[in-house]
Design a protein around this ligand. Structure first.
Ligand code: 5RP
Length: 227
């Protein structure tokens, strides 16, 4: 798929996601908004329906800035009890709706909002669909003093960690991108990675995967729900 085709699919899925929010977000409630190029297009698509949205919790500073620019009020997650819908992209999604996320480095805040949300709506073009997660290098957010130690631990699990050079997360941490993985049991592997001291968050979203997938294809946007 060419970059232009992929951009067109991202845009179509972003518009479909805004329609989904207009139809399903209860009046007066707070929306969770993800990070990345697809999420940015989704924010653009919210402009015509922004009056229907009381406010949003953003998964990154970049997303917060974009939401503010279109006039959607921001809420601190600590002041919000319920997020009926969280909309975000993915780097990979498997048939069970487990995902790899964090290509944009916002995985920790994304995983926190996803955990609070009643419904995770994944928006993706169909190049993101895989049978087995792992083709996309798995991002892990790491406390800076633990980078070498976490890299050793991940190598023992069969991964090839690479420091994301010149990048700092919104939380002041670093990212290891781990290639060479084939994640046959995402829930178990997410739990294994969670045990590595010094990691903040790993980019496997399996214990809390997506509930709904809006998938952009050349034939249109398909909506499916986790079985
Ligand atoms: C950011 C993410 C993004 O959702 C993921 O990287 C997909 O990005 P894009 O929509 O640009 O392809 O997890 O941390």
């Amino acid at each position: 798929m060419s970059p232009e085709q992929q951009a067109a699919l991202k845009k179509s899925v972003a518009i479909a996601a805004a329609d989904y929010v207009a139809a399903n977000l209860p009046k007066g409630s707070i929306l969770g908004v993800g990070t990345g190029s697809t999420a940015n297009l989704f924010i653009d698509a919210l402009v015509p329906i922004r009056e229907k949205i009381r406010g949003a919790v953003a998964s990154s500073k970049a997303t917060a800035d974009k939401l503010t620019a279109i006039g959607i009020p921001l809420f601190d997650l600590n002041d919000v009890d319920v997020i009926p819908i969280y909309v975000d992209g993915a780097d990979e999604i498997d048939p069970g709706f487990s995902m790899i996320k964090g290509g944009g480095g916002a995985l920790t805040r994304e995983k926190i909002i996803a955990d609070v949300a009643d419904q995770f709506v994944c928006i993706a073009d169909d190049s993101k669909c895989v049978q087995t997660l792992g083709r996309f290098p798995l991002p892990i957010e790491v406390i800076p003093m633990a980078v070498a130690q976490v890299a050793r631990a991940v190598s023992k699990l069969g991964g090839k960690p690479m420091l994301r050079e010149g990048f700092m997360t919104d939380n002041g941490n670093q990212i290891l991108d781990v290639s060479g993985l084939s994640v046959s049991d995402p829930v178990a592997f997410e739990s294994t990675l969670n045990q590595i001291v010094g990691t903040v968050t790993n980019g496997l979203f399996a214990r809390r995967g997506a509930d709904v997938l809006l998938l952009g294809t050349a034939q249109g946007v398909n909506i499916s729900r986790r079985a």
